[in-house]
Design a protein around this ligand. Sequence first.
Ligand SMILES: Nc1ncnc2c1ncn2[C@@H]1O[C@H](COP(=O)(O)OP(=O)(O)OP(=O)(O)O)[C@@H](O)[C@H]1O
Length: 212
Amino acid sequence: MTATPKLVRASGLGHRFTGTDDLFSGLDFTLLPGGITGICGPSGCGKSTLLSILAGWLDPVAGRIEKAGIDRTGWVFQNPYGVPARAAVDHVALPLLARGLTRADAEQRAREVMATFRLAAVADRPFRALSGGEAQRLMLARAVCSAPDLLLVDEPTAQLDLNTAATVNATLGAIAQEGTIVVIATHDPHTRAACTQVIDMADYAAHDRTAP
Ligand SMILES: Nc1ncnc2c1ncn2[C@@H]1O[C@H](COP(=O)(O)OP(=O)(O)OP(=O)(O)O)[C@@H](O)[C@H]1O
């Protein structure tokens, strides 16, 4: 049986929260695997809100989202979270154990994916000993290990130096080419440059449409 091609399509999307002005409106786009889509724009423009809508956690006040071939959605929050005393590698291996892999296979796979995010050297350290950027990359490795069809990442490079950010962008690009739809929210111009498709929230902000 042929798998349904993965696709997410947004039509006429708009959102505001109770008591706020429109954050954005009239947003149309199609997401496919193969490259990284960047949701770009300044702080507070609605990037995380749009990710929540794509995840299905929030209903937009206008427009609709169609999804095809998306069974698993992975999400990486802006703020990493973990069990302070638990080894970094356990955080990545745990979802694999839950999917039925043996301890040895889960750990091996976890270490392989961690290495692609430059985390090999910290795999056995407790979560509390990781830097902010390492903890953020650990969350990415964990999400990638679950082989999501759609991967939504909030500010993946905000805490990283240029070199490490370039590695993370290259790894996300490779994952997209392997068949995952990858969407990142970012205000980092280097990360924006690494995206193959950019949704610039400034083009859909209510104040731009009403400006003289
Ligand atoms: N549940 C909510 N109720 C009311 N306002 C909200 C709610 N969630 C977010 N907002 C507001 O909506 C706006 C957009 O928030 P959002 O987090 O989507 O922005 P962002 O572009 O991701 O910002 P940042 O780059 O700082 O993370 C902000 O002004 C925020 O305060």
